[in-house]
Design a protein around this ligand. Structure first.
Ligand code: SAM
Ligand code: SF4
Ligand code: F3S
Length: 454
């Protein structure tokens, strides 16, 4: 009888459903997966149905304008979805949770729990002891404890290409950015813990590891740097490709540049945000480097491998940016020929130094964004056209959404669509590119493997 009751309890526990919606950067995606791994321990199974959850988590991003409003708008949607159903436990996680903390609970009574990114190790205790009607706020910066807790929980992500957080937080304090306030100070995980996680992922079928950090190349633990970590991951059998993001130009140290001479698995696309092509604006942003230093990094890498390409992030309309500054940014884009890049209009964020600065005309910012994106798109189209009739190494990731073809990525992260078999998933195949547009390459598998791969 006792065993039956326990079994019933276990069944009940295992039947709880978790829905999680993720906004923002790759680090939030990694965190969402890890929250699912943790919550499995107390009986929550992930559901993809939005209106069928016992626990509903919104993992939020605070990086640009309207972040807060987006959260309340989403909660409004959840309320409607559950209008005639049992209310789920509603949790706001991520960077808006950290920045707004108890304000969120005061403003929206439908929200039960607010939890910041460096308190996720407390999630199971909170939920295990949760009583309806309670309001809970957890926003301590407890990064070391968080990783100690999660190191004991297996990462069940078995995707072909998988994120792995190695570093969190930021000590750089760029004048426009909320990240140092939402993620706290820089912390790097111990090398061995990262390697254990990477080996486990490889055993589960991961072929490509994308090392993550708000300042990934500032990784530093017990004398080990990102270059040491890459060398060690390189030795893991099964892992075919290594990437890292997001890097800061100031931390592109000699050892990291040198590793491109030896690594067989590091991909030749480097995401290195520059934000602006003007030294004056970089200084006003507190970016701590000059354009010459940035170009030196690019030139040094190109000397090692001329096939290396750069992608970047740009902010236009930063307070004080004049036409000359903007033209400098366009000139830098023409020189470096960035691909796969992101660009944004400056968005004043509460609590940052730049929030107090005088904004430039909105129409001017919008025009600049249009001009800059056109140039970036031209680079992208030109680069993709260049690949037509060439053979690229493509890591096969999955079926396309319509389930008719397959989807993979080139070494430069560009999506490639082609016909293949399910058994090809996880393989690196030579694909001859037949057609391209700005965002995607279309090709077919080269049967004759003796053909040269570009
Ligand atoms: N750590 C990275 C670095 O140093 O470049 C960037 C991380 S941030 C999450 C991603 C991008 O968001 C930045 O590179 C920047 O272009 C953009 N961003 C951050 N704050 C912004 C703001 N206040 N307004 C507009 N864009 C912003
Ligand atoms: Fe934000 Fe990156 Fe600057 Fe840190 S280095 S403050 S994360 S933009
Ligand atoms: Fe957004 Fe936080 Fe990432 S503010 S971009 S989710 S670090």
């Amino acid at each position: 009888m006792k065993i039956q009751a326990r079994f019933k309890d276990m069944y009940k526990a295992a039947s709880k459903k978790l829905f999680i919606k993720t906004f923002g950067c790759q680090m939030n995606e990694y965190d969402s997966n890890r929250l699912c791994d943790a919550l499995k321990k107390i009986g929550y199974e992930k559901t993809y149905k939005q209106d069928d959850a016992d626990c509903y988590i919104l993992n939020t991003c605070h990086i640009r304008d309207k972040a807060k409003q987006k959260v309340y708008h989403e909660v409004g949607r959840v309320k409607k979805l559950y209008n005639h159903k049992k209310k789920p436990i509603v949790i706001i996680a991520g960077c808006v949770a950290q920045a707004e903390n108890e304000e969120i609970l005061k403003r929206e009574s439908y929200i039960d729990i607010v939890i910041g990114p460096q308190s996720y190790h407390k999630i199971n205790t909170i939920l295990d002891n949760f009583n309806a009607g309670e309001k809970i706020e957890e926003t301590d910066f407890d990064t070391i404890q968080k990783f100690i807790y999660f190191d004991k929980i297996k990462n069940t992500n078995s995707k072909v290409s998988t994120f792995l957080t190695i570093q969190e937080g930021c000590d750089k304090f760029c004048n426009f950015c909320v990240v140092p306030y939402t993620r706290g100070p820089e912390y790097s995980r111990p090398l061995q813990k990262i390697l254990d996680e990477a080996k486990f992922m490889a055993d589960n079928g991961t072929k490509e590891i994308i090392l993550l950090g708000q300042n990934v190349n500032a990784y530093k633990n017990n004398g080990n740097k990102l270059s040491n970590l890459i060398s060690e991951i390189e030795k893991i059998s099964g892992i075919e490709r290594i990437r890292y993001t997001t890097s800061h130009p100031k931390d592109m140290t000699k050892d990291l540049i040198e590793i491109y001479k030896y690594s067989k698995k590091l991909m030749p696309l480097i995401h290195l945000p520059v934000q602006s092509g003007s030294d004056k604006i970089l200084d006003l942003m507190n970016r701590k480097h000059t354009i010459k230093e940035y170009i030196d990094v690019f030139d040094n890498l190109k000397k090692i491998n001329p096939n290396i390409e750069f992608s970047s992030d740009f902010i236009v309309g930063y307070p004080g940016e004049n036409d000359r500054d903007f033209i400098n940014t366009l000139e830098l884009i023409k020189k470096i020929k960035f691909i796969n890049s992101y660009s944004f209009i400056f968005s004043p964020r509460p609590g940052t130094v730049a929030a107090e600065l005088k904004l430039i005309d909105k129409n001017v910012s919008e025009d600049r964004l249009r001009i800059l994106q056109r140039l970036l798109f031209e680079n992208q189209i030109e680069k993709n056209k260049f690949f037509e009739n060439k053979v690229l190494n493509v890591l096969v990731e999955n079926l396309t959404k319509n389930q008719k073809q397959f989807f993979g990525r080139s070494e430069y992260l560009t999506p490639v669509i082609f016909n293949a078999k399910k058994t090809d998933i996880g393989k690196i195949l030579p694909i001859k590119i037949k057609k391209s547009n700005r965002t995607t390459l279309f090709g077919e598998i080269v049967k004759d493997l003796n053909k040269k791969v570009a």
